[in-house]
Design a protein around this ligand. Structure first.
Ligand SMILES: Nc1ncnc2c1ncn2[C@@H]1O[C@H](COP(=O)(O)OP(=O)(O)OP(=O)(O)O)[C@@H](O)[C@H]1O
Ligand SMILES: [Mg+2]
Length: 353
């Protein structure tokens, strides 16, 4: 049995706004996704859910930490083989299709890339089997343009596409939020059926009631960090963290997009010991007054996507500050998640912040 292991994964983004610093989209997130398990990932807008999904799909590189499939870093798996194992379906099915192509083109692309030598008869049988698994009648969808398909049909086609590849892990990011209520239930039932066939699903949602319906385990993400995690009946039946309780009491409002309250970006501290006149450098390293520069520099190495100029600045800073080395830093404290304590077996809860 395969397992995807997310280990201490952090992601820092440089804020795009002028003068903005760093946003910690994920803070040392760790959990496993064993084959055949559905894990619901819940958190308000901006809590880092999609970032985690994209990291698992190798669309975004983690700043630190690792994701492994069967013990091997996912970046080291050959790309084709990896995507044959791990696939994603996203919120907006409409944007996943090119409007000028018939919907079955997505299948043809899969065939061309992954099964070029399969005979037409074999391929047709495979396609039919997969469409049947997602409860689509081939005559209803094949040969149609995207605008001729309902949102539910489109979403099912995307799931079918993933199934053609015999995937073992599916990242399902808000895949039902744009569908009407009855179609949602159909898709959820489909996920439950696929799970029984051994598919592991990371089910990302705003909607707690849907998460409750579908999953074995629930993870509550807040500001990029896990604050509560455990067997779904435990998390829902006996929530421990104030944030989870708040989410549960907010259930009637769940159809609304939540107000976004991101973690503040890191800005240079007043007495930062950063002598280099570079906005980038102060973005990257802003040690606080307690001295802490060596660790600041060490943590700055976490940052990927550094330009050459930044790398030079960083090297210089390391040279200057490597003799310091006390205390913590803005960057490291930004990444520090709340400590998780075991409330009862299979139920981890963060200490109040
Ligand atoms: N490419 C990027 N560049 C800069 N910041 C980003 C980028 N992608 C995400 N972020 C930031 O990271 C944080 C987490 O974003 P993410 O999309 O993972 O949230 P989410 O939980 O999926 O939210 P939603 O429920 O709205 O989809 C947000 O503050 C977001 O602005
Ligand atoms: Mg998202």
């Amino acid at each position: 049995m395969s397992t995807l292991k997310i280990d201490q994964v952090s992601k820092l983004f440089r804020s795009t706004s002028r003068g903005g610093g760093l946003t910690a989209a994920l803070r040392k997130v760790s959990f496993d996704i064993p084959q055949g398990e559905v894990i619901t990932l819940i958190g308000e807008s901006g809590s880092g859910k999609s970032t985690l999904g994209k990291i698992i799909l190798r669309l975004v590189q983690p700043t630190s930490g690792s994701v492994t499939l069967d013990g091997k870093d996912i970046a080291k798996h050959p790309q084709r083989a990896y995507y044959q194992y791990v696939q994603g379906v996203f919120q907006d099915p409409f944007s996943s299709y090119n409007p000028i192509y018939q919907a079955d083109r997505v299948f043809e692309l899969v065939r061309g890339t992954y099964f070029p030598r399969m005979s037409a008869a074999e391929w047709d049988a495979k396609l039919e089997g997969v469409l049947d698994a997602v409860a689509l009648n081939p005559a209803d969808v094949l040969g149609k343009y995207p605008h001729q398909l309902s949102g539910g049909q489109q979403q099912r086609l995307l799931i079918a596409r993933a199934l053609l590849l015999d995937v073992k892990f599916l990242v399902a990011d808000e895949i039902i939020s744009m569908l009407d209520a009855s179609t949602r239930v159909d898709i959820l039932n489909l996920l439950v059926k696929l799970k029984r066939q051994g598919l592991a699903i990371l089910f990302v949602t705003h909607d707690l009631s849907l998460g409750n319906y579908v999953s074995d385990r629930t993870i509550i993400l807040r500001h990029g960090a896990i604050v509560e995690m455990g067997a779904t009946p435990k998390v829902f039946g006996n929530p421990q963290h104030d944030y989870t309780k708040m989410l549960l009491t907010a259930v009637p409002e769940l159809h609304k997009k939540w107000k976004h309250s991101p973690l503040g970006p890191v800005t240079a501290a007043g007495d930062a010991v950063v002598a280099v006149d570079s906005a980038l450098a102060t973005d990257v390293i802003s040690a606080n007054g307690s001295g802490a520069v060596a660790t600041a520099v060490a943590h700055a190495t976490l940052l990927d996507e550094l330009s050459h100029a930044e790398a030079v600045v960083k090297r210089d800073l390391r040279a200057v500050f490597s003799r310091e080395g006390r205390g913590s830093t803005v960057v490291s404290s930004l990444l520090e998640p709340p400590r998780l304590v075991e409330f009862e077996p299979d139920h981890l809860v963060a200490e109040p912040e």
